[in-house]
Design a binder for this molecule. Structure first.
Ligand SMILES: [Zn+2]
Length: 328
């Protein structure tokens, strides 16, 4: 059995257990955080803004809650620009027993720093490869997968460059790719096209946030390429209301796609992207509801079981798919 890298070391893939593939223990703007360390983060349940100690405390609380609900592992797609800090992840993992799979990569919709503007995809790929083969941020913690993103601006020049760098690092190391997508901007097909052009096997490609649409034809168009999809924003009603997400999951399960689907929430234990009063307004306006690391085990899965999800389908989605994607 192949091994997978977690923040506390390599584990046999069959030890991953029930896995939420896309959850963030913290989300922070790393440039602001570096320049103004005093800047606070906000919990998605307002009203208060919190300092670094509480950011840690809340991450531990949420990770512990996930463990208590039977979650053994999370994919942690906090890449560059989201405040990646593997030492933070390691502390949370050690304190809670939650296994955490760290990533390499760059999370951007168009901006690139001069450093990467002036380097080509092969040179950028070298940074990803070093994270995968040697370790992240001076530690021996190795990245388990590669993250990249395309959103409203589409797959423009900078985004294509990062996708090609991610693809080349994947081809070189065998690490799988998780690509943030935006169905409303039809980014998925072009993202897949770039990866395939670069020689990445479709079984290593996960198109995250596919569940932001309930257009089954669009989704099946992606699935026909042989990739994985993330129905991974349960609770973020802003992009698609909960009931529509569940209807989409059921529709795909009825069509036999349990072996291609990841269920997750893309939760952030804390974030500094918004001041707490803005988060309060967004939640009051219905942007998010029960949007936590707990929503899948606590609400989504029990409802699906009641609807008719079989034990085998659940095991496929929540245990086996992560192993297959990570070790393809
Ligand atoms: Zn995410």
């Amino acid at each position: 059995m192949a091994q997978v890298s977690t923040v506390t070391g390599m584990v046999e893939a069959d030890q991953l257990g029930t896995t939420l593939i896309h959850e963030h223990l913290r989300n922070s703007d790393e440039a602001v955080h570096n320049q103004w360390p005093q800047a606070g983060a906000a919990k998605e349940e307002p009203p208060h803004e919190v300092g670094p100690d509480e950011v840690h405390e809340i991450a531990v609380r949420e990770a512990k809650a996930a463990v208590d609900l039977g979650i053994k592992t999370i994919g942690e797609p906090t890449a560059m620009f989201l405040g990646r800090d593997v030492s933070f992840m390691k502390r949370v993992s050690e304190e809670t027993g939650l296994q955490v799979l760290p990533c390499t990569g760059i999370y951007t919709y168009d901006h690139l720093p001069q450093f990467f503007m002036n380097r080509d995809p092969d040179q950028i790929a070298e940074f990803f490869i070093a994270d995968i083969e040697q370790g992240i941020q001076g530690t021996d913690i190795k990245a388990a997968f590669i993250k990249c993103a395309a959103d409203e601006p589409g797959v423009n020049e900078n985004i294509e460059k990062i996708h090609r760098a991610a693809a080349r690092a994947s081809v070189k190391t065998g690490a799988p790719i998780m690509a943030h997508s935006r169905p409303a901007s039809n980014t998925g097909p072009r993202q897949i096209e770039i990866f395939l052009e670069e020689g990445v096997d479709a079984s290593k490609i996960q198109i995250a946030h596919t569940g932001d649409t309930d257009d089954l034809d669009y989704i099946e168009g992606l699935l026909e390429k042989g990739v994985w999809i993330g129905l991974d924003r349960y609770g973020l009603d802003l992009f698609l209301p909960y009931e529509k997400r569940q209807a989409t999951a059921k529709g795909l399960l009825e069509r036999g796609y349990a072996d291609r689907i990841f269920l997750s929430a893309d939760s952030v234990a804390t974030t500094d992207w918004f001041p707490s009063n803005v988060i309060e307004q967004l939640i009051a306006a219905g942007a998010a509801h029960d949007w936590t690391i707990r929503i899948v085990p606590e609400k989504v899965l029990p409802e699906l079981r009641e609807w008719g999800l079989s034990e085998e389908q659940e095991r496929t989605m929540m245990v086996d798919n992560a192993v297959r994607w990570l070790t393809a």
